[in-house]
Design a protein. Structure first.
Length: 110
């Protein structure tokens, strides 16, 4: 059961602020976003994407992959937290508390 510990399961959060002034900038933004989604990330908020990972080692693989396609311009931040820490997030919509999203069940073959 150690494998499913809330301290072993990780969440990778990617925060980004990319320029969208020109048509080329918007294309780079869209491509970065598509690559995140293609790697299993889901939108948490605008410009914040999250991915559930079974372990720190698995999270490191996805962090390395994101680093490989970061655009030349703009700001990108990557944060890795435990499932326990992610579960403590308090979310408010229009000043009303919202339920923390439950993780999507993801099948890993490797």
């Amino acid at each position: 059961m150690e494998r499913f510990s809330a301290y072993r399961i990780m969440w990778v959060l990617v925060f980004f602020d990319l320029p969208t002034d020109t048509k080329q900038d918007r294309k780079r933004y869209a491509e970065f976003r598509k690559q995140l989604i293609g790697d299993g990330f889901t939108m948490f908020q605008f410009s914040i994407y999250v991915r559930h990972c079974a372990s720190r080692e698995n999270a490191d693989v996805h962090i390395k992959r994101v680093k490989s396609f970061i655009p030349e311009h703009g700001d990108v931040g990557i944060l890795c937290i435990t499932d326990k820490q992610f579960g403590e997030i308090e979310i408010f919509h229009a000043a009303k508390p919202q339920k923390t999203p439950t993780p999507i069940q993801q099948l890993e073959l490797f």
